[in-house]
Design a protein around this ligand. Structure first.
Ligand code: RIB
Ligand code: CA
Length: 309
């Protein structure tokens, strides 16, 4: 089987960790590396989280340290949702893998060169590392086959009514990515709010007698309470969407569109402005905006993969 070379860039928080555990078991993906960025929590936590989740998964991947703050904005974290160190109440085994001083943006470029244009980048946090990589290595825009992000929303926001967390955290970086010319799959809140596990599915998965399912239970408990207090349907697994879009595109629906990021507005700062439903269109359709998911099948696959550990 020709495996797809992929890179995972993450502000590894709870749904990021679950996305990684799902990615790690996809037979048709070959994970070339992981880069950590500040977002849900500070880099001092996202970097060790990325190293340590590999130990839980039973696979050592090269992990690189990225940006500790957005390009221009100050760092805004989401401790209230992801907990003090980003993984709720869960504790991970500690990695003793050798560390490297190669920064994330150089590692991403090196992997793209090595993959000879076939590398697909899954980015599930603020896009700061990707933007720096594109700024430092202009050729990268011709070497990345596709960027699949969790971020944005055509019609929804979660940090403000206009903006989703990953894009709001670093709108300038997001704009660089959307203007790069690299094909983009945008898994925004339009689809990720429907990509959830019900409380019953969460409880059932969390009761499985395995280290990974205990990690799932301990990392998701507080987040599920947060979502239920917000009268949401369950545990939204935002970051799993771009992973499963890559391996199971048939689960999803969406449309090509022009998408650009507001970087100056006060009310709309960080909004992914799409022309999906506008008479006036942007000049280019630069992204595939994912809008729908087969939730039952999505939940079934996530459960099956996490039980497989
Ligand atoms: O808005 C949801 C996104 O913000 C997810 O990537 C979650 O991990 C947080 O980073
Ligand atoms: Ca994330």
């Amino acid at each position: 089987m020709n495996r797809i070379p992929v890179w995972f860039d993450t502000d590894i928080g709870v749904d990021d960790a679950i996305a990684f555990l799902v990615l790690n078991r996809q037979e048709n993906l070959e994970l070339k590396g992981i880069s950590a960025v500040a977002g849900n929590v500070e880099l001092e936590f996202t970097y060790p989280n990325a190293r340590n989740i590999c130990v839980l998964a039973g696979n050592e991947y090269p992990v690189y340290k990225g940006a500790e703050k957005p390009l221009f904005k100050s760092l805004q974290t989401a401790h209230v949702i992801h907990g003090e160190e980003g993984l709720g109440r869960a504790k991970l085994p500690v990695s003793h893998a050798a560390e490297t001083d190669i920064p994330a943006w150089d590692a991403i470029y090196n992997a793209a060169v090595e993959a000879k244009g076939e590398l697909q980048l899954i980015a599930v946090g603020p896009l700061t590392n990707i933007a720096i990589a594109l700024n430092n290595h202009p050729k990268l825009s011709t070497l990345l086959k596709r960027i699949l992000i969790m971020g944005g929303g055509a019609a929804r926001g979660n940090v403000t009514p206009a903006a989703e967390f990953n894009i709001f955290a670093d709108p300038h970086a997001a704009q660089i990515v959307f203007k790069s010319g690299i094909p983009i799959v945008m898994c925004g809140l339009d689809v990720t709010m429907d990509a959830f596990l019900t409380p019953e599915e969460v409880e059932e998965l969390g009761s499985v007698d395995s280290d990974v399912c205990r990690f799932f239970r301990d990392s998701t408990g507080d987040i599920l309470d947060f979502y239920e207090r917000g009268h949401l349907s369950g545990l939204c697994l935002h970051d799993v969407c771009p992973v499963l879009y890559l391996t199971h595109p048939e689960l999803f629906t969406g449309e090509e569109a022009g998408v650009f990021v507001e970087t100056k507005g006060t009310v709309t700062m960080g909004k992914t402005v799409t022309d999906l439903w506008s008479d006036k269109k942007f000049e280019k359709k630069n992204a595939f905006v994912v809008l729908g998911v087969d939730r039952e099948k999505f939940a079934e696959i996530v459960s099956e993969v996490l039980r497989s550990y």
